[in-house]
Every structure is written in C-alpha cells, then in structure tokens.
Write a protein that binds this ligand. Structure first.
Ligand SMILES: [Zn+2]
Length: 211
C-alpha cells in the first residue's frame, strides 16, 4: 500500500527531475536576448523595459553533486574565467554548461541590476531595479574562494565591469581571508607550473547567491 508523504519535494543531487517543486521551469524570457557583451564574451540584454522585482529567467542546467562537478571539470583550464556552475546548496550544483539556457550568459556586474534567488532549490534571476531596453543584465557572482585556488586567482577573476562601485573582483570575499602567501620568485613560479592531474585543485569555480 503506498504511503502518502507530505514532505516537500526535494531534488536529489545527480538527478534531473522534470517535475519541479514550485512550478514550471522558466526556460526563456521575452524580456531579454543574448548578444556579444563589451564586458565579457556573451551577455544578456533587456529588449523591453523590465520592472524592479520581475523574475526574469531561471538558471537552468544539469543538476549535479559537487563531487560530480569536480570530476566533470577536472581538466578545466584554471585560467579560464568562464564559469557555468552555480551552487544551490551543500549537495547540489547547477551546471549550465550542460542543458543550460540563456541565464548562463548573464555576466557578473558589481553595480548589479539583478540578483540570484534560490527558491525550492532552484535558482532564479530577478530584477532589483528598473532596467531599460538595451541595458545589460548582471548580478554579483560572489564566486567562493577555495583553499586550493591558484595563486593568480585574483587575476583570473578580476572584475573590469567599469562601474564606479566596481569591487575589482568576482570573488567573495573580495580579499583573501588568510594571511597572504609570500611572493614567489619568478624562477620558482616557472618551475611550479600548476598541475591538473591530481584532482586536488577544485575544478570549475562556482557562482553563488548573494549573502
Ligand atoms: Zn566590477
């Protein structure tokens, strides 16, 4: 006899349910389109006025565990600052590199006009102010720092958004929290090329919702 369960549906990591808690996926939006951005690669731009508070699009992609994402991006060039991974919670990430939608092209912006919201273990992009047609969408990526970040991580994820309030980085916290490492001499750093085979370096940086 089947027992009725009143528990809220939850996404298991490593599973891509089509039945979503909280309603259908917001796959695309008539409010925006993807085109080349001056800031970084492709960007997402408003094509119509977007009112503050509008839920614009959902951040979609493969739902995987952190471990699975590590494995998936093992060979990823750590100097590449494109990142499609978004942290949902401790167990789950969304990898927009696989089955992702236009939301993955929304660039980081320090002077954000959008923010990422997590609801029912889903990630949504909402307007936090009125946005005019032609304006590029952006939110603060708040990419988490890891112990095993490459020494040039601040260079890789430097922000050049051009805003007056630019905080200079897509990383969070902005400054390295631990005591700074001593500068390595050129000779040494040349010898110590980063190796990617051990899987020790966390492959593929992750965006996360604001705090
Ligand atoms: Zn910036």
């Amino acid at each position: 006899m089947p027992t009725a369960t009143k528990r809220k549906p939850q996404y298991p990591a490593d599973q891509n349910d089509e039945v979503l808690p909280g309603g259908p996926k917001i796959v695309s939006s008539p409010l925006v389109k993807v085109r080349r951005s001056k800031v970084h690669g492709n960007g997402v731009f408003a094509v119509k006025p977007i009112k503050k508070g509008t839920r614009i699009i959902e951040y979609l992609g493969d739902r995987v565990s952190h471990k699975a994402a590590d494995k998936r991006y093992e060979g990823h060039d750590e100097n590449d600052n494109h990142t499609f991974l978004f942290i949902v919670d401790k167990r789950t990430l969304i990898d927009a590199g696989v089955r992702g939608n236009a939301a993955r092209f929304i660039n980081h912006k320090c002077e954000a006009n959008c923010e990422s919201e997590i609801e029912d273990q889903r990630v949504f992009i909402d307007a936090i102010r009125n946005i005019k047609p032609g304006e590029e969408l952006g939110y603060d990526y708040q990419i988490g720092r890891e112990k095993d970040d490459p020494p040039n991580v601040d260079e890789i994820f430097a922000c050049r958004c051009g805003a007056k309030t630019c905080r200079g980085t897509m990383l969070y916290p902005a400054k390295r929290p631990v005591a700074r490492k001593k500068k390595v001499s050129k000779k040494k750093s040349a010898k110590k090329k980063p190796t990617k085979k051990s899987g020790k370096t966390k492959a593929g940086k992750r965006k996360q919702a604001g705090r």
